[in-house]
Design a protein around this ligand. Structure first.
Ligand code: HEC
Length: 215
């Protein structure tokens, strides 16, 4: 009986769901992770990346590649298996990384991104004007700047200057990093603690604010 009720309410939910619900959070997490992986791999391929950064990138890439199979499975379940995946494909990705075959790995990830594109909500796609930057600055100073002022950029797990980082990559990749990377301390657990509006205001602020914080 209970299961029956759950099933019916699930069916109603699905039939009335907006696109963003059907194309749910798991898909977004998978798509964001795929973009971050590509960005990290490109960084690893750049010759001016420091050894310590290279090392932390490798660890992060390996960890994320390990997670992909799980993320794809959840995304497929949420999308009623619109896409199918073969676990062997993901073992192959890890194998390519382990053999330092970075370019073939990059092109495999690019084709996965075409299959699982990052679809941002209209709010997350919007660019907010400077009238919102006061609010963003307040959030940044209260929640982020302690770790992300750049002083920790040389650490094994670097917390970058978000003003610089957001301007050195595409807006989409930075949005992907904001969606996947916000877990700096206890307040964040696994879920991203900020709303789409807060994230979007912060993205505009980091990419467009002109002040001494960004120097
Ligand atoms: C307690 C320290 C700390 C706080 C507070 C913190 N971060 Fe971070 N953050 C880190 C560290 C360390 C990393 C890098 C390691 C990692 O990716 O887990 C990171 C990673 C990130 C990334 C991913 C960067 C990438 O290269 O993919 C983003 C984006 C980010 N933080 C944004 C924020 C924002 C925005 C806030 C405030 C709302 C914040 N962080 C608060 C320490 C922190």
């Amino acid at each position: 009986m209970f299961a029956g009720v759950l099933f019916i309410s699930g069916a109603v939910l699905l039939s009335t769901a907006s696109v963003s619900l059907a194309y749910g959070e798991h898909s977004q997490r998978l798509a964001a992770n795929l973009l971050v992986l590509q960005g990290d791999l490109r960084k690893l391929l750049e010759t001016d990346t420091s050894d310590i950064h290279r090392h932390s990138l490798s660890l992060r890439i390996e960890e994320r590649l390990g997670l992909l199979a799980l993320l794809v499975r959840s995304a497929n379940e949420q999308n009623s298996a619109r896409n199918t995946h073969n676990p062997e494909e993901f073992r192959q990705l890890l194998f390519l990384f382990g053999s330092s075959e970075f370019k073939p790995l990059l092109s495999k990830l690019e084709s996965l991104s075409r299959k699982y594109p990052l679809v941002l909500s209209p709010i997350l796609q919007s660019t907010f004007s400077p009238v919102f930057f006061k609010k963003a600055e307040e959030m940044h100073l209260r929640l982020c700047s302690g770790c992300h002022s750049g002083a920790m950029a040389g650490n094994a797990l670097p917390a970058f200057d978000l003003f610089k980082q957001s301007r050195s990559i595409s807006r989409l990749e930075f949005a992907a990093r904001m969606l996947t990377g916000l877990r700096g301390d206890q307040l964040t657990s696994l879920q991203n603690p900020l709303t789409d509006t807060e994230l979007s205001v912060l993205i505009s602020y980091y990419r467009n604010e002109v002040n001494e914080l960004s120097k």
